[in-house]
Design a protein around this ligand. Structure first.
Ligand SMILES: NC(=O)c1ccc[n+]([C@@H]2O[C@H](COP(=O)([O-])OP(=O)(O)OC[C@H]3O[C@@H](n4cnc5c(N)ncnc54)[C@H](OP(=O)(O)O)[C@@H]3O)[C@@H](O)[C@H]2O)c1
Length: 261
């Protein structure tokens, strides 16, 4: 089966393309790097020829409120219009658990707009809501740092490995459209402050996490369960400590700075 992965060069996209190919699918990585731009429309019609499934795991280059909204609205509109022309039968998009509870942030308002466009379109779809990636924990620390301290609220979080996110998205992409939202999360729950503290400790990062029930998560007021998926969530396999030890064993252990999401 030909499957076009929009954002196929990204953290999730590159893993997804590899996993789909390992399962014998013709996975096409589509992104500006390979001449496919969903914002300008460049290369899109050509890339979608003969495909029944499109997976959108792209992300906006800028997270400023207006820019991120423009990205997800324009990109999703272009994509869905071209999919209708190409006869695509399943649109899969990756979004974030609790998006509708995080609308204080411009990023999540843009993700909500993306989801609403998908739901209103004529293309059968599956929206995958994933929890925060382990690979994104450094981004949470970075955005929360003030004067070398990291104030964070002790709310619950159920993060997961990017490999598990890609696996979950891949399984859904090769199945029938659910015309709804599927939640995926990690196998364990943590307190956000403790998770980031542990990550920084293992990375020998001197920043100190300060537990503060009033601190914000990404500029958003969150309560105990805001970031958690529901009881029906599909659960990934990789445990946090296993992932951490794999990171420190790898020669390229330094994580790139992840933005948000
Ligand atoms: N971070 C989290 O914890 C988290 C949790 C749940 C869900 N998510 C969601 O997961 C998704 C993927 O995130 P990620 O971290 O894997 O993203 P990422 O690594 O930042 O990759 C972004 C991808 O988008 C592509 N892209 C950028 N502009 C594009 C355009 N105009 N047209 C087509 N493709 C474009 C990039 O292509 P180039 O390389 O060619 O520039 C790249 O392949 C996001 O939508 C995010 O909301 C994130």
């Amino acid at each position: 089966m030909k499957i076009v992965v929009i954002g196929g060069s990204g953290l999730i996209g590159s893993r997804l393309v590899n996993q789909l190919r390992e399962h014998g699918h013709e996975a096409v990585a589509a992104s500006p790097n390979s001449g496919v731009n969903t914002v300008t429309g460049e290369g899109l019609a050509e890339a979608l020829k003969g495909t029944l499934v499109v997976v959108d795991v792209s992300n906006a280059p800028s997270w400023e409120d207006a820019a991120v909204m423009k990205f997800f609205e324009t990109s999703t509109r272009n994509l869905l219009a071209q999919e209708a022309t190409a006869g695509v039968r399943h649109h899969v998009a990756l979004s974030v658990v609790g998006t509708d509870r995080l609308l204080q942030s411009g990023y999540f308002r843009a993700k909500m707009a993306q989801e609403n466009l998908i739901k209103a379109s004529s293309i059968p779809y599956s929206i995958v809501h994933a929890t925060q990636f382990f690979e994104f924990i450094k981004g949470i620390a970075d955005i929360s740092t003030v004067d070398n301290k990291v104030p964070l609220p002790p709310v619950l979080i159920q993060p997961m490995a990017a490999d598990d996110v890609a696996r979950a998205v891949g399984r859904i992409a090769v199945g029938p459209p659910v015309n709804g939202t599927v939640e995926v999360g990690g196998p364990e729950q943590f307190r956000l402050d403790e998770l980031v503290r542990r990550y920084l400790e293992v990375r020998k990062d001197p920043r100190q996490v300060v537990t503060d029930p009033h601190a914000h998560y990404y500029g958003i007021e969150v309560s105990e369960r805001t970031l958690l998926p529901g009881d029906d969530a599909r659960v990934g396999e990789m445990r946090f400590e296993t992932w951490l030890s794999q990171q420190s064993q790898s020669p390229s252990a330094k994580q790139p700075v992840r933005k948000a999401g």
